[in-house]
Design a protein around this ligand. Structure first.
Ligand code: ZN
Length: 111
């Protein structure tokens, strides 16, 4: 990693965090509105609501891991595998900026 990269990665994390929070906000609002309608059994809106709830869970998880990744930046442990202590490869961080494990450990951990 050269000097510029960590900063770029951090900016990316912050951008993704802002995006995930906007997404969560949007879903919260959607879920809020739907409650007020009063749902009937078999209503297609129930399906949509369940989907939105799943998306909301996912957005929350994403926000959590992004926040943790940003915290690791403060600690200076960002990009270091939590399991084997080796550097996580740049392409992997590119694809998954909140990665906590290197590709080998991630495969062993089954994720
Ligand atoms: Zn590892």
């Amino acid at each position: 990693m050269d000097d510029k990269e960590p900063q770029a990665a951090r900016e990316r994390l912050e951008a993704e965090l802002a995006e995930a929070m906007a997404e969560l906000d949007r879903l919260e609002q959607k879920l809020q509105v739907e409650v007020e309608y009063g749902l009937g059994e078999g209503d297609p809106i129930i399906y949509e609501r369940e989907m939105n709830m799943a998306l909301r869970r996912r957005a929350r998880r994403k926000i959590n891991s992004l926040q943790e990744a940003l915290k690791r930046f403060e600690d200076g442990t960002y990009g270091i595998c939590e399991r084997c202590g080796r550097e996580i490869s740049a392409p992997r961080l590119e694809a998954l900026p909140e990665a906590r494990l290197c590709i080998n450990c991630a495969q062993q951990a089954g994720r």
